[in-house]
Design a protein around this ligand. Sequence first.
Ligand SMILES: [Cu+2]
Length: 265
Amino acid sequence: MTEWLGLPALASTHGEQIDSLIGWTHIFMLVLFVGWGGFFVYCLIRFRRSRHPVANYTGVKSHTSSYLEVGVAVVEAILLVGFSIPLWAARVDHVPPESEALVVQVTGEQFAWNVHYAGPDKKFGRTDIKLIDLQSNPLGLDRDDPAAKDDVTTLNQLYLPVNTPVIVRLRSKDVIHSFNVPELRVKQDAIPGFTIPIWFVPNVTTAEMRTRTGNSEFQYEIACAQLCGLGHYRMRAFVTVQSADEFHKWLEEQIKSQSETDIFR
Ligand SMILES: [Cu+2]
């Protein structure tokens, strides 16, 4: 229904609602634009100088323009109260239980995205600011913590299973960043000092999207959507959406290789 908007291909379950809201907003704004534009042209002709050499000090007596103004305000109120607020409320209130979702911590920093998986125990290991090493341990993960033994961290790579609710806990180490994946129709600021959850269900794998778009190199991209400093332009990361099996295989491989190579063990 919203192809005419030319939005990026859709790859999440809630995305259609977002698109229809964007579509309706465009339709109402087009009506407003045509209405106001027509009224403007009408005024130019109706009140041209040759017809009204002297200004009329009484002005308009009819209330049509007031009614029109009220009408516009009502349409805007419907957009806000009828569409936007319920959609937003559904996104922030109805978060699936963590037991039924994949929980990932994503921490923005100048200029990268750090991804942290809890592993099979579903417990995130302790992190400590004193352990932060920009090269080897950007999150300051304490590998001595038992909960951290099976944790997986990656840099600029977010792997997700398809058709599974994903809860991203968004954080920032320095300034305000913004987690934006256009195809998933998610965009949320990462604010230092806060952990902000966002959730979505990706429903198209990267492989499927490659066949669909005919682009064999297609990748979902996290683009930082807040101007966050000089390196903002290169603050990009990639999302790989896989089948649940492929994802778990990948996670297991990571657990193995990260426990072997980790210098903190
Ligand atoms: Cu950024």
